[in-house]
Design a protein around this ligand. Structure first.
Ligand code: PMV
Length: 353
């Protein structure tokens, strides 16, 4: 750390959660994906993180205080401490400061929504901003690639949250511009129907998951269907790029639902197998399919590694879909909770001083 760099300051980023349309499930090496994934960044489900730094004599380890919702949380602090200490080789300036990291989410803690994507992307963006201050400048593209790479080391899906809109993480056959190390915005022209997509997150259960995603990824290592799954995800990614360009909603629905059910099929067929969906998850899925058939309205669903259902639909059907949620789905949600979210524009730098 050069003494010319700033001695003291504060950086705040707000970064979104994202929902994968093509799922990342299975990793190798240092958080590298076994297949490409493609996601939509959200608008309202976000984490805000503030990094305060104060220069001190260089230490061997990171000197950190971590606060979640204004309170010191030893479990998260330990996790973030490990994460930052593992970065020291590449980011040695991190041990030049006393660091205070304060983080909060817009979505309720008990909603079962995975916060790792928004949390690690917000933190990674703060670290990149500090790096930029230390280096005195950095190209915009390098900044976001670096942030995505850093976020990936915290949680794979977080790599995709440093951009808005549709994002790809992982090499894609036939494309030279996607990488396993960092995510990139989808580099094709998106059809207008996909510009204003909504995601109603139906909270089925706020309980902690019985099997977390790290354990789930590990079970893919010996999964009998792993090889064909990785090929399927590759094919789906390539096709989805085309579907998003052409606006083919029918095919969009088929691929998105197949990906969601495949993810949970892989969990059930792991050894040991496990089930994260609940009775209400299945009931909601069936109602969504029936509503689509009866009303000829292109609604679809996806699932993340839990029991909540993400109901995806184009803006033009907003009125009908909200009525459908209120009439039929809210009663199946835990404490009638659902989050009215939509495609978002990506992270925001809130403050740098
Ligand atoms: O980022 P992780 O390690 O929590 O894995 C997330 C995996 C899924 O959410 C199930 C799929 C995805 O691509 O986001």
């Amino acid at each position: 750390m050069s003494r010319n760099s700033k001695e003291k300051g504060k950086i705040s980023w707000q970064s979104p959660s994202n929902i994968a349309l093509i799922k990342y499930w299975g990793k190798h090496g240092n958080q590298l994906p076994c297949n490409p994934s493609l996601s939509m960044s959200l608008n309202s489900s976000v984490t805000t993180t503030t990094l305060s730094y104060n220069y001190k004599a260089k230490d061997k380890n990171v000197d950190l205080e971590f606060l979640f919702d204004g309170e010191r949380t030893p479990l998260f602090e330990k996790r973030v401490d490990n994460y930052l200490n593992n970065l020291l080789k590449e980011y040695p300036f991190l041990s030049d400061y006393h660091l205070i990291i304060e983080s909060s989410n817009t979505f309720p803690h008990s909603s079962g929504i995975a916060s790792s994507a928004s949390a690690y992307s917000a933190l990674a963006l703060c670290i990149m901003s500090l790096k930029k201050i230390c280096l005195r400048d950095m190209d915009r593209k390098d900044f976001f690639q670096g942030a995505s790479d850093l976020a990936r080391l915290g949680s794979g899906s977080a790599s995709r949250s440093v951009y808005g809109g549709y994002t790809i993480w992982g090499e894609v056959e036939g494309f030279t511009n996607y990488s396993d190390e960092y995510a990139s915005p989808l580099k094709s022209t998106i059809h207008p129907v996909f510009h204003t997509f909504y995601d109603a997150i139906l909270i089925v259960s706020g309980e902690n998951k019985k099997v977390g995603s790290s354990a789930g990824h590990s079970l893919m290592e010996k999964h009998p269907y792993a090889k064909s799954r990785y090929q399927q995800a590759m094919n789906h990614t390539i096709e989805m790029i085309y579907v998003l360009e052409t606006g083919n909603l029918d095919r969009f629905i088929e691929i998105v639902e197949n990906e969601a059910l495949t993810l949970h099929g892989l969990m059930m067929s792991s050894d040991p197998g496990y089930i994260l969906i609940k009775r209400e998850t299945i009931e909601i899925i069936e109602r969504i399919r029936k509503f689509r058939q009866t009303n000829k309205i292109p609604v679809t669903f996806t699932l993340d590694a839990g029991s909540n259902v993400h109901l995806l639909y184009p803006e033009s059907y907003r009125k009908e879909v909200i009525k459908f949620i209120e009439d039929e789905l809210v009663a199946l949600c835990d404490a009638a909770q659902w989050i009215d979210d939509s495609i978002g524009r990506g992270p925001k730098l809130l403050n740098i001083q």
